[in-house]
Design a protein around this ligand. Structure first.
Ligand code: IPE
Ligand code: IPE
Ligand code: MG
Length: 234
């Protein structure tokens, strides 16, 4: 393993539906199998020293899917949080969320709040779930909050800097992702972390998310370690 470990890894966990389809299973079986890939990545982060792991679990656009699939995904989230709560507390993992969670079923909101509170003192790994998340919506919400403060006279035009805007995003206080992984071969961002990915290194693998193994995560870290990050310089 290389010495250059990314501080923040973000993942677009894609391909659950196609993984299930290939096996003649319902799409939700792919989502269920995908939970195991999450466990493997969390463990790999703990082992390698990655400090932030952000997972795109449900986009604002995913509400367009059939109710059966959406409901199953919400139930999966609830079960995941129930099953992982104690382990997260024990292993030093702190749960965060980004996205408009007020749009989630209230049982999911309560569960998220409970696990976030239970893990609030942890610092080893920041585990960030993007839920009902859209990069554009996040920026819209940030602009609205700045307009309100400008109207109230607490923020002036000259105060508006990249740092101030970043501080109004859901990711306030978190470093930008160093590495973005997308599974299933799609070469697109799909409305994920539009502001934060400005200089993130991108690693795409053809594997479907349920097939994503510890070795695949380590291979992405190796790929990252070999990149030359210039941030516009030379
Ligand atoms: C990603 O897998 C999981 C979510 C978007 C919730 P998909 O469900 O998008 O799987 P494919 O892309 O249809 O194969
Ligand atoms: C992105 O995957 C969203 C999540 C992984 C939660 P999608 O499957 O929704 O994205 P598109 O439709 O391929 O762009
Ligand atoms: Mg998809």
């Amino acid at each position: 393993m290389s010495a250059v470990v990314p501080k923040h890894v973000a993942i677009i966990m894609d391909g659950n539906g196609r993984w299930a389809q290939e096996r003649g299973l319902p799409r939700i079986a792919g989502h269920e199998a995908g939970s195991k890939s999450i466990e493997r990545c969390v463990q790999a982060c703990l082992d390698t020293g990655v400090q932030y792991l952000t997972l795109y679990a449900f986009s604002s656009e995913n509400w367009k899917r059939p109710a059966l699939e959406v409901n199953a995904l919400m139930l999966l989230l609830e079960n995941f949080l129930n099953q992982k709560r104690d382990e997260m507390v024990r292993e030093g993992i702190r749960l965060h969320h980004i996205g408009r969670i007020q749009e989630l079923p209230s049982v999911c909101q309560r569960k998220l709040r409970e696990v976030m509170d239970a893990t609030a003192a942890n610092t080893k790994l920041h585990f960030v779930l993007a839920l009902s998340y859209s990069g554009r919506a996040e920026i819209v919400d940030a602009v609205k909050s700045l307009v309100r403060d400008t109207a109230a006279g607490t923020v002036s035009e000259a105060d508006i800097t990249p740092e101030l805007i970043a501080s109004r995003l859901n990711t306030a206080g978190m470093p930008d992702p160093d590495l973005l992984i997308r599974t299933s071969g799609e070469m697109r961002i799909s409305n994920f972390l539009l502001w934060q990915l400005s200089y993130t290194e991108i690693h795409v693998t053809k594997k479907f998310w349920p097939d994503f193994q510890r070795e695949d995560f380590l291979a992405a870290l190796e790929d990252y370690a070999g990149r030359s990050r210039r941030f516009g310089g030379v």
